[in-house]
Design a protein around this ligand. Sequence first.
Ligand code: GLU
Length: 305
Amino acid sequence: MSSCQSILNNTFSRIATLPDSGAVASYIPELAKVSPDYFGVCITTIDGHVHTAGDAKTKFSIQSIAKVLSLSLVLSKLGDELWKRMDFEPSGTAFNSLVQLETENGIPRNPLINAGAIVICDILCDLFKDPKRELLDYLRMVSGIKNLEYSEAIATSERLTGYRNYALVNFIKSFGNIKNDCDQVIDLYFHLCSIEMTCEEIAYTFGFLANDGKQLNTDYIIVTPSQSKRINAIMQTCGFYDEAGEFAFKVGLPGKSGVGGGMIALLPHQYTIATWSPKLNAHGNSYRGMKFMELFTDETQDTVF
Ligand code: GLU
């Protein structure tokens, strides 16, 4: 990756001059306020080099990218017991879909779709007396951002409009796979999705998944090497909803997107790459983020395949 910064700069300029496509997420009113023009990238290598372009230091709503971190927390506490409550198969459906739950008895396909992340939040309510505080402390520890806070504005915006998520938590509870009060579980879920970070912070935070579960710089063990391998496998197969196959085909890295327009992907033992551009394609994934990752990995040929 010696020429990483120049490949990054060239790829960034190429994409920045192409027409952008898609639309900023508007079903969460607070996200609709974000300018569509932001575009940032950060690449962090596990040996400590940081390369950036564009708006890499501007905070944005990381949304479902945070689902990987709530999965890491629960997996580190429960181990394989977790898989009694959900599966680890791609869904091939939209992020907020209810359809499979009906025939699969309220067992979500995986922890990275809304249904799975909501069950993860239910488990957090079982594990901790004050799950909102414990989750925030964990996110602060993993990210190294000591003053990280939930965005109450975004959490409130989701609370007022998240009809599908209310439907999901109630539907799953009807099958007995939510143990706690639906209001408490969904409030935790909305707060998880409200976290804000910059591309630079996301690229550092996800370093542990490129480093066999150990936090970059500190070597603190966040998950075991085997758990890290499994989280990466789930990101590879489930991280981009019904576009996971296309992401594997075009980019060839495990990763995760969020409807705030952020994306994270990583190559184990090498680097992490975070992008942010708010306009989303029809699958809810950032249009320019997808394009950037595709062109970047075409150029470097540094992928898992
Ligand atoms: N908070 C969003 C929702 O539940 C997350 C979706 C995403 O980022 O994919 O709709």
